[in-house]
Design a protein around this ligand. Sequence first.
Ligand code: 2AM
Length: 189
Amino acid sequence: MRLFAAVLPPEQAVNELGHAVRELGSLPGADELRWTGPESWHLTLAFLGEVDESVLDELHARLGRAARRTDPFALRLHGGGRFDGRALWASVAGGLDELRLLAERADAAARRSGIPMEQHRRYVPHLTLARSRTPVDLRPYVAGLGPFEGSPWQVTELALIRSTLPGGGSPGERPRYDPVGRWALGAAG
Ligand code: 2AM
């Protein structure tokens, strides 16, 4: 199964961001972008790719340990950014060192479970809002998100999420994301 580890923003953060994203819909070209749905918004910590069932027990145990070793921390959604002309995202602020540490621990947990992880790229915390198949100028969208400042929340959980890619039937179909594991951060976990 295809898996990734993530932090899931709470409902209030999603609603606030949803409000800001709706306003981007009036920008020229907005209909050409493939927008992600609020129900699937997440902050990826580590992308595991296709994972064999046989490693799941160990992966779960190691992710649980990674979560327990990391104390809860504050985050907020704030402004936006882009990966070239291909992806538009909401940015985060607050406990970025803690978020990065949790991402490193999730990556290490997967690696030690025998999952061949991609070589480390620089970790850029982001919540993907839209993608484009062909490069487009996303600067107006990033500018539109500039003033956005979400309310802070306390990150208390690490989630393991299964991604089911669309079967290719209808255009615009999105992957389905289902949490298959959740672990509380800190000693309480
Ligand atoms: P993205 O939002 O920047 O595309 C599920 O696909 C999640 O894992 C997405 O948040 C995606 O990031 C992230 N991810 C990281 N590396 C990936 C890869 N090589 N292929 C697919 N998704 C990846």
